[in-house]
Design a protein around this ligand. Sequence first.
Ligand code: FEO
Ligand code: CA
Ligand code: CA
Ligand code: CA
Length: 676
Amino acid sequence: MKDNSRDLMLADNGDEELSNHSGNPDFASVLEKRMSRRDIMRGSLAAAVAGVFAASGAGTALARPGFLPPQAKGRPPFGLKGELGFTPVPVSIADTTVVPAGYSAKPFLPWGTPICGHYPAYLEGGLNSGADQECQIGMNHDGIHYFPMGRGDKASRHGLICMNHEYIDQPKLHPNGPTVVNGVRVVEDEVRKEIAAHGVSVVEVREVAHGNWEVVKGQYNRRITAGTPMEIRGPVRGSDLVKTQYSPKGTMTRGTINNCAHGYTPWGTYLTCEENWAGYFTNKTGRPREHSRYGVRTGSTRYGWDSVSHIDEYARFDASALGNSAVEDYRNEPNGQGWIVEIDPFDPASTPIKRTSMGRFAHEGVVFAPAKAGQPLAFYSGDDAQNEYIYKFVTEGRYQPGRTSGDILDKGTLYVAVFHDDGSGEWRALDLRDPRFRAAAASAGVEFKDQADVLVNTRLAADVIGATKMDRPEWGAVHPQTNEVYFALTNNSSRGGASNPVDAANPRANSAFGHIIRWRERGNRPWALQFNWDIFLLAGPADDSRKLDGEPLDDTNIVASPDGLWFDHQGVLWIQTDMGGSQQRAEQGRFGNNQMLAANPYTGEMRRFFVGPLGQETTGVITTPDSRTMFVNIQHPGESGEVYPQVASHWPDGGNARARSATVIITKDDGGVVGN
Ligand code: FEO
Ligand code: CA
Ligand code: CA
Ligand code: CA
């Protein structure tokens, strides 16, 4: 089993290997030539990219880098006037959190914090049992949201936190790592604990004093894990593709796995997104397309849960065709993963719901365009793997504040993005009702039995329609006022290969540092089928980066591998980074530990606000409605016990303690708005 944890380390934070081998067209041979010319003329790649925009002359305002003109209506941005209001912090390789002068940071809700049931205290050294972990905060914090409780001032002092626990650090979870004999997990409770350390935590919290919060032992506190029963809704409900021994009617499945970023809905529910779930499964009897296109394994699974084959709960991770039919085995179990799951945090008895109309892929997160009464809702979600796609789901129903529920998510149209080299873009439907999609499938010789088949095979459907391969789409964020959509494209070591040449939207070969793309829908209508896009940021060192103003990054904002994005209530764009283990080891001296910056979306001004401890990823950020308290998640400090050039992490407990993922509470000492 050490092999599996080694796999995890090698794959940088659980990222999956490339599985898009489609010959899907990328568009930019002309552009490439253009870029080479500009490159020679201007002397740097960043300048070359600016040159692409200037040269494409498609009639939109392409003259300056960042060609989307601010909206006439709705300026100036609320709250965000002129420069950002804090002194940037330098890069850091300390095993602690760094915040600007006048701010404080305090760890909160570390892995193992008791939140429900018998409230078992955290025991150092991996000594808690599986039953304990089912009542404690999980491992590897990721997306986080704050749902206020109470009105007015109270809303920002009392609420429910929902957060994802993306994966586990096996060596750290048990006293001596996983116990494996001849490839079999021989200690069942270890597997129980690993499953319980995944999923989502719902926890009631209350401010005791400014910057100091406590867990409330309330009725809403709940752990949802990789084993929690969940309902399948939308077009895939009842499909043959999700029938299993556990659910012969194809209406239920168990667990949510590898929950990366999150979303929420206008009606106050939490959305958790299943990202790199494929490696948890194996299929040794021949993978159908809905397994192979996602990277379901043919050998050992990431954590070996399937090896406990005498217990149904664990045996289901073996998706081989072992029985006479699908209802006698778990050949369809992986088809129950890869969805967006809706959780009602205010109904602790509710069953989480897999909303299948939003597609099946490695969902990083999901974000909706500002909801307007009487209009359809639009949700954006990226598929985080090399050369995968960005999607939009538009509801068939129209939003009715106070009346709309999650059921609106069960009917609508799923689209995938095509980025043209002239700065325009289009959304193409993945829907058998759409003649263009039917024609594309027919000409590609791909058959889809019904819409459930399309959705279970979302990646294949997007291949067929000619979607644009992207540099690993991570979090998205929608500007609350302009509706501009921002997406982080974290990096892509395979960009520039024969089947995925550089293009205008993914402009750097072997993209090591990543970029942020943004677009505005035509007519500013979230359901529009066309959009205009530009590049907000090319991350990287001073000689290979570009901000919106055309200038390179400097000491106050040098950044690599953008991942988390969020617009706060003031209109500040927060950018979090996830340099993987190998990048951190190689680049620690230049980029420091993973960090969080603030950016002004109008001017492109960026400042470093926060640096996390050693070996962690800074991922997940939310504030209270009054913006006085910020919660930031720290994932995998001292990842897998690795020793970085400085030292291994012992954050937040210090001494020789095992490092723990945790939330950080950030406040301004004068009680003011964070970031202002
Ligand atoms: Fe879980 Fe794409 O980061
Ligand atoms: Ca992560
Ligand atoms: Ca991420
Ligand atoms: Ca990432």
